[in-house]
Ligand binder design. Structure first.
Ligand code: T46
Length: 132
């Protein structure tokens, strides 16, 4: 499975560091929605779904967490612990997130507004979508 980690340019000087996110430039789609999660319990696993159409980029702006991405053929584990790295999550990819550090802030940029009907929450249905 091809995992795309986007390296985001850091603008650093004596004041600290800054990363800019620009749609269709370092983020490979128009950004319609941004959400973030924080204060996630250490034993919590989130996700357990795929999306029919939605594409996203996940960035851990603080702390760390792990993703599992599964394209129906292969499951790959990815550690996100670098605020200058974005994980591209294509549509029809099963995702799970876990191992959140206490201070983790996971920000996600999405190419569509929130739409519950875009979620595939059943793994067997996900596998049948992959086969189409
Ligand atoms: C994804 C992974 C990485 C909203 O009202 N608006 C939103 O934009 C989102 C993302 C969620 N919500 C509500 C829906 C639920 O009542 O927030 C609650 C928690 O959402 P959910 O259980 O879907 O969270 P995760 O962590 O399982 O999944 C989220 C995204 O939903 C999903 O698209 O790819 O993060």
């Amino acid at each position: 499975m091809d995992i795309k980690l986007i390296q985001l340019q850091k603008h650093g000087d004596e004041r600290g560091k800054l990363v800019a996110l620009e749609e269709t430039k370092n983020i490979p789609f128009p950004i319609k929605r941004v959400y973030y999660m924080f204060e996630t319990g250490e034993d919590v696993r989130r996700g357990f779904h795929a999306h029919k159409e939605l594409k996203q980029v996940a960035i851990v702006v603080r702390g760390s967490c792990r993703f599992v991405l599964d394209d129906g053929k292969e499951r790959v584990e990815i550690l996100l612990d670098n605020p200058a790295q974005g994980l591209l999550i294509e549509s029809v990819v099963w995702r799970e997130m876990y191992d959140f550090s206490d201070d983790c802030v996971l920000m996600v940029l999405a190419d569509r507004l929130y739409d519950e009907s875009d979620y595939i929450r059943d793994y067997e249905i996900f596998i049948s979508e992959v086969a189409k």
